[in-house]
Design a protein around this ligand. Structure first.
Ligand code: ADP
Length: 240
């Protein structure tokens, strides 16, 4: 779709753990060709939001659409949501360390009649500047490269929405830059990217839009500079 089309939209999400409302009526939308950042102090509900969006958790209530299809029967069903066009990465990289980069990426490909899987793997590796690593076992690669392999595998299924949970945590500046370049390329391809990161300064320069959570509520949304300079957001971070 055209840049700016809402490909994922959720409304009034509520998710409780016992008596605690980790999400307390949050709405947001992700648009094709943009990087949406979700920020907020520790415990504000960022990870819970990613887990609801990707079907790891089933929310108590709320509605949503993914590519204009109703999500209400898909909540909590991560495989169904993945097949509907949403992929994610995890805080702790989940790859098969004993297997090569090629094999890991190949496993992310959704097979369909007529698809030349071998060529598709080569193309993905080239796009992600990973050709050189094709035959290397993932476990022996540096952390930053493994993260890029994980992203390549997530994109192998041709998702329209990609969720990235702290994609640059624990990286050195050069590795971070590599991951940022990769994410910018993904945006150019028209995918809606949702990123959760702790580093607010980085998110200011990197994201097209920000959503700020605090105690499970959305307290601000919009242009990163405007959002991060708002009193409410500054107060939330100082209070934490
Ligand atoms: P963030 O990612 O912004 O740090 P989380 O979504 O991890 O926040 O957590 C939001 C709130 O929900 C926190 O108070 C946290 O302790 C609580 N929480 C998150 N996951 C669980 C869980 N599986 N069981 C109980 N409480 C949880």
């Amino acid at each position: 779709g055209a840049r700016g089309t809402a490909v994922l939209a959720v409304r009034d999400l509520v998710m409780s753990f016992g008596g605690l409302r980790a999400l307390d009526g949050v709405s947001l939308e992700a648009r094709s060709g943009e990087i949406l950042g979700i920020i907020g102090p520790n415990g504000s509900g960022k990870t819970t939001m990613l887990n609801v969006l990707s079907g790891v958790y089933r929310p108590d209530s709320g509605t949503g659409t993914l590519l204009e299809r109703d999500l209400s029967h898909q909540w909590g069903r991560s495989h169904v949501i993945a097949q509907s066009g949403l992929a994610r990465t995890f805080q702790n990289i989940r790859l098969m360390d004993e297997d090569t980069v090629s094999t890991n990426v190949r496993l992310g490909i959704a097979r369909r009649p007529g698809l030349d899987v071998h060529t598709r793997v080569r193309t993905l590796l080239t796009e992600h500047r990973l050709d050189w690593a094709a035959d290397i076992p993932v476990g022996s690669l540096p952390y930053g490269v493994r993260r890029r392999v994980e992203i390549a595998r997530a994109l192998a299924g041709e998702p329209r929405v990609l969720l990235l949970d702290e994609p640059t945590a624990g990286m050195n500046p050069a590795e971070r830059q590599d991951v940022f370049d990769t994410i910018s390329d993904i945006r150019s391809g028209g995918v809606a990217v949702i990123v959760v990161e702790h580093d607010v300064a980085m998110m200011r320069s990197f994201c097209d839009r920000l959503v700020v959570l605090d105690f499970g509520r959305k307290i601000a949304e919009g242009d990163p500079d405007a959002v991060l300079d708002s009193k409410e957001v500054i107060r939330a971070y100082i209070g934490s």
